[in-house]
Design a protein around this ligand. Structure first.
Ligand code: ZN
Length: 83
């Protein structure tokens, strides 16, 4: 399941959760979120891993080399950060 990064569009209206970028796991065919799940502030997707082809991280390259198209799960509930 891809991991998406979101961030509040207007940081003045955001909560502590969405003021910084946060990660949400979504199915590939889920539609993008437009509101913070905690405070309802408008949010925007700032990174779509792997499917976009824009990532130049080492993780991305390693994953592609191995034919993976998902983030590496490094611990229970934790995923290796892309940036
Ligand atoms: Zn929020």
């Amino acid at each position: 399941m891809p991991l998406y990064l979101y961030q509040a569009k207007d940081k003045k209206k955001s909560c502590a959760y969405c003021r910084k970028e946060f990660q949400i796991l979504q199915k590939a065919n889920d539609k993008s979120l437009s509101q913070c799940p905690r405070c309802g502030a408008p949010i925007q997707k700032i990174f779509a891993p792997f499917s976009s082809g824009h990532s130049k991280t080492g993780l991305d390259r390693r994953a592609k080399d191995k034919g993976f198209h998902k983030l590496k799960k490094v611990d229970k509930g934790k995923y290796e950060k892309l940036y």
